[in-house]
Design a protein around this ligand. Structure first.
Ligand SMILES: Cc1ncc(C[n+]2csc(CCOP(=O)(O)OP(=O)(O)O)c2C)c(N)n1
Length: 267
């Protein structure tokens, strides 16, 4: 399967799941669908039949409200049956609205923003101390960069030269209610991370080749920060850059129109 096909499947499942469960955050999921697809389809060493294999690469989704992106990728990889996606957000289901480590293949539960990156840095540090070769990836939101704990971690990761850590910032320029710059302005993210000692790469977060090259990039001395320029709601025209879709579930005509658009651009 190509990463374009993999990402399409993430988006297709995501529309079904958020519609059926009447739940939020579809735009946040669509924003990272391409990045998550490349991670699972082409980059990370994974062991779906043995999720805790010590040699696996680790991914923490720090913006845990977009857990659907990772749940669908894990199901596509065979960590659990695709049919289980239908239980998303229902009573008794393992698949909660914010990502949960109870699900096979999920490393850490998140939802309260600003914590996943610190845990990822801890994992990277532990791997270094133990001489392990796996890589640790963490996806954070640009709005999430308003959290002080993100910057404490940026300092720590530089201090300990965590070259086995890659942070991917989903830079879609929005947060939950409005633009990031109208909430707490971040100014130039690249400059900031560089000044914290990181190796920084800017990419189009929807270009599969750029995503893959950046995810595989290593700096022997520094942790890597990928500033992925993305579109919130990417792939469904009426959701793109429209803040309503941070919380609004796709229902009725919106659901049918979204499915129609996706089917029309199936790779
Ligand atoms: C500590 C904390 N404060 C507030 C929230 C509520 N919240 C959920 S999503 C969100 C916006 C996050 O924006 P961003 O990180 O840019 O993610 P994206 O735009 O991709 O959804 C907020 C403020 C939260 N989950 N955790």
């Amino acid at each position: 399967m190509t990463s374009a096909e993999f990402a399409w499947r993430i988006r297709r499942h995501a529309i079904e799941m958020t519609c059926k469960s009447n739940s939020s955050h579809i735009a946040s999921v669509l924003s990272i669908a391409d990045i998550v697809a490349v991670l699972y389809n082409e980059v990370m060493k994974t062991f779906p039949d043995c999720p805790n294999n010590d040699e696996r690469d680790r991914l923490i989704l720090s913006k845990g409200h977009a857990g659907v992106a990772v749940y669908t990728a894990l199901a596509e990889k065979g960590y659990f049956p695709l049919n289980d996606l239908k239980t998303y957000c229902s009573n008794g289901s393992l698949l909660s609205g914010h990502i949960s480590h109870i699900v096979p293949g999920v490393e850490f539960s998140t939802g309260s923003l600003g914590h996943g990156i610190a845990v990822a840095a801890g994992m990277a540090m532990a791997a270094k101390v133990d001489g392990k070769k796996h890589h640790v990836y963490v996806i954070i939101g640009d709005g999430e960069c308003n959290e002080g704990s993100v910057w404490e971690t940026a300092l720590i990761a530089n201090q300990f030269r965590l070259s086995n850590l890659t942070v991917i910032i989903d830079h879609n320029k929005f947060q939950s209610l409005t633009l990031c710059e109208d909430t707490l302005e971040l100014l130039d993210l690249s400059q900031k991370w560089e000044s914290f000692g990181w190796s920084v790469i800017n990419i189009n977060g929807h270009d599969y080749n750029e995503i893959k090259t950046a995810l595989l990039y290593r700096d022997m001395e520094k942790p890597v920060c990928i500033v992925a320029h993305t579109v919130k709601g990417k792939g469904i025209s009426f959701m793109e850059n429209n803040i309503l879709w941070h919380y609004r579930p796709p229902q009725g005509d919106d659901y049918f129109n979204a499915i129609e658009e996706l089917e029309a651009m199936k790779p």
